[in-house]
Write a protein that binds this ligand. Structure first.
Ligand code: SF4
Ligand SMILES: [Zn+2]
Length: 359
């Protein structure tokens, strides 16, 4: 499922970005609070492997991770850094190992390296290991092998982004469908591996209100399908992406933190599973932000809610008038397309960006 115009444009941006990128990266790790059956301490390790295969080809409209992936991977050095990171994260019950792409893509993590990583994780002994993958790499075979080799429970994070095939294709260029996600989720369920569905808050070309409605509806669908957790990723504007190009032209604004509060409150009341959000660059121009006065407090409330799942952290917050005006007024002067999307840009005539229209 590809929109050739959008894909072509992102391919151009990607080629230029890759030319410019230093493509040098090192393993980074940190501790953070998260939620499993209560608040837990989690360890996060980002391993710079060769980069997402989809991202190297063209990729998603908001993603610049491939620029931080080395062109050539020195696996011995990488595994040495990984071992060191695990030592620093000693004792965490929840370990999240991300390679900014797909853990199950053999071009990114060759099977023998996957085995070595799992062996090292077994030595560290967390209760749960989370990895991420695009759905096309989540096969019964690879899941079976991983679950058999791993002492901890395996959790698979999949960047569904939205339950709408229309938005995923025409705004995100994700390159897979809801059906693909459902198949991968089914394979995970068959092996007993819980699935964390990542949802993008405010893909480009949507108004703030559309973004809120899309996120809530997507969480509902993902949970009905069987996702065991939902993690909302509010857009952060990454370098060398289509979203950055739109943002620089003043045609994109990351979501309001108030929208995140709204999405969390509505979904927490509706779905039975944990709903999480750890906004990146919150309060900054490139991340989810509010009016500038209340950003720190509201971002803090979002994180407190995420790690406790206690809705009281999202109640009694004030300063939402400007956001309410945006919800009411944004898009009023523009012509909605047949799906209700408002076409951004300098008029549809000379607009270089793909026009969103029809299903
Ligand atoms: S968002 Fe995920 S699938 Fe898309 S390009 Fe980035 S790493 Fe690849
Ligand atoms: Zn405010």
């Amino acid at each position: 499922m590809i929109n050739p115009a959008l894909d072509g444009l992102i391919r151009e941006i990607r080629a230029k970005g890759l030319e410019r990128a230093g493509r040098k990266a090192k393993t980074v790790s940190w501790r953070e609070r998260d939620y499993l059956d209560g608040t837990v301490e989690a360890g996060v390790v980002i391993m710079p492997t060769r980069g997402c295969s989809w991202g190297l080809r063209s990729g998603c409209s908001m993603c610049g991770y491939v620029y931080d992936s080395p062109a050539v991977v020195d696996w011995d050095a990488l595994l040495g850094d990984f071992t060191h990171a695990l030592e620093e994260l000693d004792g965490v019950p929840y370990l999240k190992v991300f390679n900014s792409g797909s853990f199950f893509d053999e071009r990114e993590v060759p099977p023998e390296m996957r085995d070595r990583i799992i062996g090292l994780v077994n030595q560290a002994g967390p209760r749960r290991l989370q990895v991420e993958s695009r759905p096309e790499f989540v096969t019964p075979e690879v899941l079976g092998e991983t679950v058999d080799a791993l002492d901890a429970e395996l959790e698979v994070g999949i960047g569904l982004e939205t339950a709408s095939d229309y938005i995923r294709t025409h705004c995100i260029n994700k390159g897979f469908s809801l059906e693909d996600f459902e198949r991968a989720l089914g394979s995970c369920q068959d092996t007993g591996a819980p699935v964390k569905a990542y949802l993008l808050v405010k893909p480009p070309f949507l108004t703030e209100r559309e973004a809120v409605e899309d996120a809530v509806a997507s969480a509902r669908t993902a949970c009905e399908m069987g996702a065991s957790r939902v993690s909302f990723n509010p857009m952060n504007v990454q370098r060398g992406t289509l979203v950055e190009a739109l943002w620089r032209r003043g045609e994109y604004r990351p979501p309001w933190l108030w929208s995140i509060v709204e999405i969390l409150k509505r979904t927490a009341g509706e779905v039975e599973v944990p709903v999480l959000c750890h906004p990146t660059a919150a309060g900054k121009a490139r991340g989810a932000h509010n009016c500038g006065t209340c950003d720190r407090e509201i971002a803090g409330a979002v994180v407190e809610f995420s790690v406790t799942q206690d809705i009281k952290h999202l109640e009694g917050l004030e300063c939402r008038e400007m956001w309410q005006d945006v919800l009411e007024l944004e898009g009023l002067g523009q012509t909605p397309g047949p799906m209700g999307f408002y076409v951004r840009g300098r008029g549809n005539g000379g607009n270089r960006w793909p026009v969103i229209s029809g299903k």
